[in-house]
Design a protein around this ligand. Structure first.
Ligand code: NDP
Length: 605
């Protein structure tokens, strides 16, 4: 136990808190891990129908394509757009973006729920701001502005030319005679491509809880990433007038629910929020962009700001904190305390203990904020998160907690058990049925499942080998980009690269690397480029060795997609399969590798 005077200074007992975190984690641990969710396919496939396409623009309205391009880019989100932009800049004329949605935007195409906003500062999140000459309107952009920016990138780099929207890849096969990829789609296409860049998105496949009765509800129902404004009325800014007189249920209290619940609470006759684990909710504090600040930005400002943020949120030092928000504040505090003071020597254990203490203090603030904002003490108690920062994605919102003060909003806390059952009439939680007119799943997206399942298609490489088989026991890549046996195929996203809180930053670095690789291949006489056996093994070993640093922390965490639903080290845990040395170190590895120019670990044939 911590001694009493220490407890008095801190205002809490660290040992008791540690125990409490473990008890809360243990309530939520479950044998089935990722298997607790059902895939949105088969009888649930309608949950992923596109509600945003123009009426009448149905798939199949064009002739199937069998033509050839130099580069096919799968996915029209920021990853695909960045790859397209960099390749265009490198002089690639023949390219095609293939996208499931009806337009560019990826995550921001699909996630149009009311209140959708990016909680990473807009000036570092929106890619290619200097190149497109755009300055976001606010420090934290709402979804429509981000979607418009995605379209602007598509326009600027002529990525609409030749693009195939509403087109879902169904299979990809390496033709060993022609040395081309054959990309098949749900529109009967069999396109050919010399290179393929895959940017399918890490959170692209919605998931539903695999509980008894899911799918049986007779009222209206949808997933947050396919918001049905035809039913709710309004738009992404709110004004959900269609909910007048309606009893609405939301399952889930992650980052998505935190943003849409205030709008639902404002318009529903009654809103039930079904909670398994509360999120940690800090202050948002949005602000309009100061035009004089924007006008004075020097060339190169965006990259500098992105790097400054990235260094700070991975525990590094910078003279100035340019973004200066909840993210940098949390991590600066943790990192500063874990670092020895000048002239001081501390063991790694002492450093870890100090970081833990700083974490406890921050989470105590988060819990105190709940008491400040939520009037009913029992509801406030249930809304308090009992885990360390970064066990789950921290959330920032100024209205979410106060929504529970409304008389028409009920928090149905399940004390870590989750909802029990879905019936024709509504949702059963804690043994009680709640009758609903509409049930909204804010239950997130698949993360730890097989890469090919999330992509929605398998890839057949040299000698008929399937990617799902090759990666059955975990990812195997060189630098996260390529895997042996699948020549000229590049992966973007969270495949053994450098994980960043600011996702487009990583995608930007990946796009630069892919453009370099394709340029190298194009200017050599080789037809195929793939990792050597030893190059790939070396990177897999590096990833495994470095992942150890994170493992203990993830094991202590409450289950979630960051730790493979409580099973870190197994499957494709999001953080477990990334370069453990941090993104800046990873980007430096890539830059050094390119500078060296020997393409070590890559084989041309
Ligand atoms: P999450 O995976 O974060 O949340 C899913 C929610 O569903 C959790 O609260 C989970 O509870 C709950 N849940 C699952 N099964 C059950 C069950 N049987 N009963 C009750 N509750 C259940 O998905 P989100 O869509 O909220 O967010 C996904 C990610 O998208 C974020 O982490 C973030 O990376 C990104 N995002 C970013 C935003 C931003 O920038 N502002 C906004 C929105 C999303 P439990 O925690 O117990 O598993």
């Amino acid at each position: 136990m911590a001694n009493t005077s220490e407890q008095q200074d801190l205002g809490f007992d660290p040992d008791a808190l540690r125990d409490k975190y473990r008890r809360e984690r243990d309530k939520r641990r479950r044998e089935d891990g990722n298997e607790q969710y059902v895939e949105v396919a088969g009888q649930f496939a309608h949950f992923v129908d596109d509600p945003y396409v123009e009426p009448g623009v149905e798939p199949g309205a064009r002739e199937p394509l069998t033509d050839e391009v130099d580069v096919a880019i799968i996915g029209g989100g920021f990853g695909g757009l960045l790859a397209g932009a960099r390749l265009r800049k490198a002089g690639v004329a023949s390219l095609r973006v293939i996208e499931k949605g009806g337009d560019f935007g990826g995550t921001w195409y699909w996630n149009r729920y009311p209140g959708a906003q990016c909680d990473i500062e807009s000036y570092i999140y929106l890619p290619l701001l200097e190149e497109t000459g755009y300055v976001p309107k606010e420090k934290y952009s709402f979804a429509p502005e981000i979607l418009a920016h995605a379209r602007a990138i598509g326009e600027k780099y002529r990525l609409y030319d030749n693009a195939c929207f509403q087109t879902e890849v169904t299979a990809m096969r390496w033709d060993e005679d022609a040395l081309r990829w054959i990309v098949e789609t749900n529109r009967g296409d069999a396109m050919r491509a010399r290179f393929v860049a895959m940017s399918n998105g890490p959170l692209n496949r919605p998931k539903l809880p695999g509980i008894p009765g899911v799918g049986t509800f007779k009222g209206h129902t949808f997933h947050t990433s396919r918001w049905d404004y035809g039913y709710t009325g309004g738009n992404s800014n709110g004004n959900l007038t269609g909910l007048k007189g309606k009893r609405i249920g939301v399952i889930g209290t992650g980052a998505t629910a935190v943003q849409c619940v205030p709008h639902l609470g404002e318009h529903a006759e009654h809103l039930y929020v079904f909670q398994r684990t509360p999120s940690s909710i800090d202050v948002r504090g949005n602000a309009p962009t100061d035009p004089s600040w924007a006008a004075a930005l020097p060339p190169g400002w965006q990259q500098q700001r992105m790097t400054n943020f990235n260094v700070l949120v991975t525990g590094g030092l910078q003279d100035e904190d340019l973004v200066n928000d909840g993210w940098t504040d949390i991590i600066r505090n943790l990192a500063t305390l874990g670092r020895p003071q000048p002239g001081e020597e501390i063991t790694p254990q002492q450093a870890a203990a100090r970081v833990e203490l700083a974490d406890f203090k921050k989470m105590e603030q988060i819990r105190a904020r709940v008491d400040d904002l939520v009037e009913d003490p029992a509801t406030a108690a249930a809304l308090k998160p009992w885990y360390r920062q970064f066990c789950k994605r921290p959330c920032f919102h100024d209205d979410y907690l106060r929504t529970f003060n409304r008389p028409n909003v009920t928090l149905v806390d399940t004390d870590g058990r989750g909802v029990e059952r879905i019936t024709e009439r509504g949702v059963v939680a804690n043994g009680q049925e709640h009758e609903l007119d509409c049930l909204i799943y804010a239950t997130g997206f698949e993360v730890g499942t097989a890469y090919t399942r999330r992509a929605g298609y398998d890839i057949v490489g040299k000698g008929g080998i399937k990617l799902s088989d090759k990666w059955a026991d975990g990812l195997r890549t060189l630098h996260g980009f390529q895997t042996r046996g699948f020549p000229n195929c590049f992966f973007m996203g969270v495949t053994q690269g450098g994980f960043t809180a600011n996702f487009p930053h990583m995608l930007n670095e990946q796009s630069l690397h892919i453009a370099y690789m394709i340029d190298q291949a194009t200017h050599s006489n080789a037809n195929c480029m793939e990792p050597t056996e030893s190059g790939e093994q070396g990177w897999v070993d590096t990833i495994r060795q470095m992942a150890v640093f994170n493992k203990r922390f993830l094991e202590e965490c409450t289950p979630g997609y960051y730790n493979n639903e409580g099973k870190p080290g197994q499957g494709n845990s999001l953080l477990g399969s990334q370069y453990g040395g941090g993104p800046e170190a990873f980007f430096q590895i890539l830059r050094d590798w390119r500078e060296e120019g020997t393409l070590e670990g890559v084989e041309f044939s």
